[in-house]
Ligand binder design. Structure first.
Ligand SMILES: Cc1ncc(COP(=O)(O)O)c(C=O)c1O
Length: 425
């Protein structure tokens, strides 16, 4: 089967609503490399959208999953529980920047966010939730409501649950200062909802789909203070930024704040579907028995894989590696930005190996260039690099290489990026 044949079959059998960033079909994948059905090799700077921080098919993770496969695959934790779930919760409770934590495990990121909001509402006995413009929290009804980007995530899918409010995320070079964001919150409390009705503020410490915009230490600390003033819970959505992606196990650790609740998924289990909510025990214990859960939540194979992921992060010092990869990426992109024969690059930013840059219409300017951004991802794929765009303006390239990528492949990927940039001028 060729890529084109599969593409035709896909178009006939699968709705167009589930879009794919590339038109290639994978045959196999190993660490930072992917091979398509025609035998072409690619360097993977997408890692399954931040899921494979530990690379594709890490031998330790594969072995842990295989071993679990031999014992049992599913009993439902709500029917016959198992030790792996408990030991993973114990481990995450220790690792999260939350004192006296408890953890519930689910399957997807959206489910984690749904549950965090359920828990926050139950504990506070309040209903409103505040999120940010540009945020992405999932595709379920509640998480779509929390998401701060209309097309393609929300358009035509409403109405969304009541009691959700959006305030601007601070992005200095798009003329939204931290002061503006905090002022918008105060204005919201005056104009739309009294703070006593707000259960939670949910924020990605580094916006993912929204464009890899980093919430500063100062801003997260200000949110923490504001939440404390009004009895509002602070939820950090670490679904994309977690598990060493930013150079720390969780991005909110940079701010030195303690969230009340944290959502996790993606790289937690190295490709096996697993998610969770970690939170202060008192808050987590609020819902009645039976109020939380899900048939597949905390699947045994997911739990086994997650233990191996945490081992690998520690043994291979992936937090330090993430910082090194990020620094190298930024160094190379800054060099590309100086080239006169490549398109105009705008802001270059990153936290650890969560690195992004923008394509703009003119040098030194700020006008987004989504068409060239599209051309760049297509050209990079042609040259053997899987690259993702993101951002509310569609002009941001996000780099999510596995943290286990060998140096030579990192350079190879960056070389392809540079060559592709020069070819789309
Ligand atoms: C920050 C964040 N939250 C939640 C989600 C939703 O996760 P899932 O697609 O597993 O439902 C995502 C997915 O990209 C995300 O990046």
């Amino acid at each position: 089967m060729t890529n084109i044949e599969l593409f035709d079959r896909r178009n006939s059998a699968v709705p167009r609503g589930v879009a794919s960033a590339t038109s290639i079909f994978v045959e196999r994948a190993e660490n930072a490399e992917v091979w398509d059905v025609e035998g072409r090799r690619y360097i993977d700077f997408a890692a399954g959208i931040a899921v494979c921080n530990t690379g594709h098919r890490h031998p330790k993770i594969m072995a842990a999953a295989a071993k679990q496969n031999e014992a049992f695959v599913h009993t439902a934790f709500q029917v016959v529980p198992y030790e792996r779930y408990i030991s993973l919760a114990e481990r995450l409770n220790k690792l999260a920047p939350i004192t006296n934590a408890k953890t519930i495990l689910m399957t997807t990121g959206a489910e984690a966010v749904e549950n965090a909001v359920k828990i926050a509402r139950h504990y506070t006995k309040r209903s409103a939730v505040i999120s940010f413009v540009g945020a992405f929290h999932g595709r379920s009804l509640l998480t779509m409501g929390l998401t701060g980007k209309v097309t393609p995530y929300k358009a035509g899918f409403g109405p969304f649950p009541a009691g959700i409010y959006h305030v601007p995320f601070p992005i200095e070079h798009h003329e939204v200062s931290e002061g503006d964001s905090l002022a918008a919150l105060e204005k919201l409390f005056k104009a739309d909802v009294e703070p006593e009705q707000v259960a939670a503020i949910i924020i990605e410490p580094v916006q993912g789909e929204g464009g890899f915009y980093i919430a500063s230490k100062k801003f997260l600390q200000a949110l923490r203070t504001l939440c404390d003033q009004h009895g509002i819970l602070l939820i950090c959505d670490e679904v994309q930024s977690g598990f060493a992606r930013t150079g720390k196990l969780f991005a909110c650790e940079y701010a030195g704040i303690e969230p009340d609740l944290m959502t996790i998924a993606k790289s937690l289990a190295g490709g096996f579907p697993l998610s969770g909510v970690i939170g202060k025990a008192e808050i987590m214990d609020s819902p009645e028995p039976g109020g939380l859960g899900g048939t597949y939540g905390g699947s045994p194979i997911g739990c086994a894989a997650a233990h191996a992921v945490l081992d690998v992060i520690e043994e291979e010092d992936l937090c330090a590696r993430s910082t090194r990869i990020g620094a190298r990426m930024i160094e190379r992109i800054q060099q590309m930005k100086k080239r006169s024969d490549s398109p105009a690059l705008g802001d270059v930013r990153g936290l650890g190996a969560m690195v992004a840059f923008e394509l703009v219409k003119e040098r030194g300017g700020n006008t987004p260039d989504p068409e060239r951004t599209k051309a760049l991802t297509a050209k990079a794929l042609e040259h053997g690099l899987i690259l993702l765009s993101c951002g509310i303006y569609g002009n941001t390239i996000r780099m999510l290489a596995p943290l286990t990528i060998p140096d030579a492949q990192l350079e190879e990927g960056l070389d392809i990026l540079e060559k592709s940039l020069c070819e789309i001028v």
